[in-house]
Write a protein that binds this ligand. Structure first.
Ligand code: ZN
Length: 299
């Protein structure tokens, strides 16, 4: 470990998830769990209970981010009806200094994004949790991290979360203006008669081709929003779980009392005709004005 730190010294390669005691560390009393600071080459590392934040900027930025992420994780879990468990391994948050280094880490598909989450399984357990963030982007703590943390939290609950639910739920944590763009894509698809049949959407195992992303995101967010108007976040997750084991029709009947996916499709499409207002966010469902505004401002 120490050898690795020496090899990387001065380089801007991404830090590997190393034990913080490989180099000198300082415990900082954060008031809500300690944050340990260390260095790995040019990187400042801050470790809290569930996160390892890597910053090229400063130790202060890394530790402020670790504390903010701890709070954000609890808030997102609560809004989504998810239980929080101690993350081992910790979720590594890499704050990239530029879009070039960010795209090099996440790939060209992420060129238009500000953050990107990755979880990898090793057998029954999660072997890697990582969120790459464009540290040069404005407001990533409120605009991108709630969405990405939702994906990482969902990976605790599902070995293979249905794609529509994984994305649809995370999208409801996006800022309202972003959600309105997805809603616009949905409406355009609807006007053109291009909506995906619902039984196709709920069984998607892979992201559709890039030109269909807008519709996929818009439709997934809309279905999740509709189901959250019919029941609780816990019911939504129960439905997604049951869909995996028993199929969509049984899951819909048992959790929501629908006859099957055709009935859900009819009711959802009818709801689209009636909803003339801006999309409702998951934050709105929690009955709290804006709990995510309480998190630390961008370090
Ligand atoms: Zn997403």
């Amino acid at each position: 470990m120490v050898l690795l730190a020496i090899v990387l010294a001065g380089a801007h390669n991404q830090p590997t998830a190393i034990a913080a005691d490989a180099v000198g560390q300082v415990a900082v009393d954060a008031g809500e769990g300690a944050v340990s600071l260390s260095r790995q080459g040019a990187w400042h590392l801050a470790e809290s209970d569930n996160f390892q934040v890597c910053s090229l900027h400063s130790a202060e930025q890394a530790s402020a981010m670790a504390r903010a992420c701890e709070r954000l994780r609890r808030e997102v879990a609560e809004l989504c009806g998810l239980r929080v468990e101690r993350w081992s391994p910790r979720c590594q948050i890499v704050l990239h200094a530029s879009s070039t280094s960010y795209v090099a880490a996440v790939g060209n598909n992420g060129a238009a994004t500000v953050a990107s989450a990755l979880t990898k399984r090793g057998g029954a357990r999660i072997a890697l949790r990582k969120i790459d963030v464009r540290g040069d982007a404005h407001d990533y703590l409120t605009t991108a991290l709630p969405h990405e943390l939702c994906h990482v939290l969902l990976a605790d609950r599902f070995t293979d979360a249905p794609l529509w639910c994984d994305e649809g739920l995370a999208l409801l944590l996006d800022p309202l203006d972003k959600q309105q763009l997805h809603e616009r894509d949905l409406r355009i698809g609807q006007q053109r008669g291009e909506l995906m049949p619902l039984d196709h959407l709920v069984n998607l195992k892979q992201y559709p081709a890039a030109q269909r992303w807008g519709l996929f995101y818009g439709q997934s967010a809309s279905i999740v929003r509709y189901l959250l108007q019919r029941g609780t976040p816990a019911q939504l997750l129960e439905f997604a779980e049951l869909q995996r084991s028993r199929g969509v029709n049984v899951a819909l009947r048992d959790v929501y009392g629908f006859q099957g996916v055709a009935e859900l499709d009819r009711q959802w499409q009818a709801s689209l005709k009636n909803s003339l207002v801006a999309p409702i966010t998951l934050i709105g469902f929690a009955g709290v004005v804006n709990p995510l505004s309480a998190i630390a401002e961008s370090p």
